[in-house]
Design a protein around this ligand. Sequence first.
Ligand SMILES: O=C(O)CCC(=O)C(=O)O
Ligand SMILES: [Fe+2]
Length: 369
Amino acid sequence: MTCSVQDFFVRFLLISMEGDLKSSSSFTIGNTAQETGLSYLPDCYVFPPSHRPSLAPEVANVPIIDFAMLKQNPGQRAQVIRAIGNACRRLGYFQIINHGICPTTLEGALSAASDYFELPMEEKIKLMSNDVRKPVRYGTSIRDGTDKFQFWRVFLKHYAYPLSDWLDLWPNNPPHYREKMGKYCQEARKLALELMAAITESLGLGPTYLGSKMEEGVHVMAVNCYPPCPKPDMALGLPPHSDYSCLTILLQSSPGLEIMDPEDGKWKAVPDQLHGTLQVQVGDHVEVLSNGLYKSILHRVTLNSQKTRISIASLHSLGADEKMGTAKELVDDQHPERYKESSFRDFLNFISSNDIGEGKSFKSTLIRH
Ligand SMILES: O=C(O)CCC(=O)C(=O)O
Ligand SMILES: [Fe+2]
């Protein structure tokens, strides 16, 4: 690496002014490197070479599902159900087009998110918390200052169903946030319920298998912001993880998501989709339900040095204390039950005391030995 004498002095000066920025405990939320836009990468954001992303990754070959066909004649529905089943089995990931959410709603949610993250720190501080059980919170990385490695991300997480229970706790600044994000949440939830019905149907369990359990489920929105990073080849926006949910619907302003292709074990970028395409990630609870026939997708977020990326992950699961177990119909002598049952609350207990950046995963706690 070349470094001019001038660069060296600027860097030295910054480090001297800001104190010892080597360890994650040097940062508190409101003052992290990604929030303050530091022009160099402090040590706690630097990953060992084996975990660093490529700046020119291979692109994944991903299934594209035409959602409108689910509502066509039974023959076409059966064809899409098969395609969804194949995507869940091969990858645990697919993209959907013709999903019926209008572009204005998608743009509205992205702009509400982006306007929120641009607010001055004094405003965002109001919702700052490291407590994973808070229904609305602003934070950075995953567990700021606690985990060994820090991630170049800023987030706002909030519950979204029933909307009227939570809306008053959401940010009221920017003024359009509640209306625009609320509209998207309602649409994303409708889509998630239809997708879950298609997924249980594709497993041979029928579309109403989960019945009201999904309708009464928890809906968490993870609204993420990844500011430009001075060293995108050394840091990550989020570490490899699978989502605990049944499924996650992801809307993004620009590319950055990578998935681990289970066929060759390589990290691959998801293709830059047509405008308005949504991404669907199978979560751990569908893997459990399907007794491992469907896989939750391992994914991570890469960064760039040019432009802020916004992503909105809509995570859908059963009720907070409702345990998701394997469908008995999918268990027999040849296919013994492979997973323990668990709930959203079990996931919260896990995440509050484990560092996923160090490779701990909720799914591994569910596997029967
Ligand atoms: O930003 C992304 O593309 C993914 C976000 C994500 O994986 C999450 O919030 O769980
Ligand atoms: Fe995720």
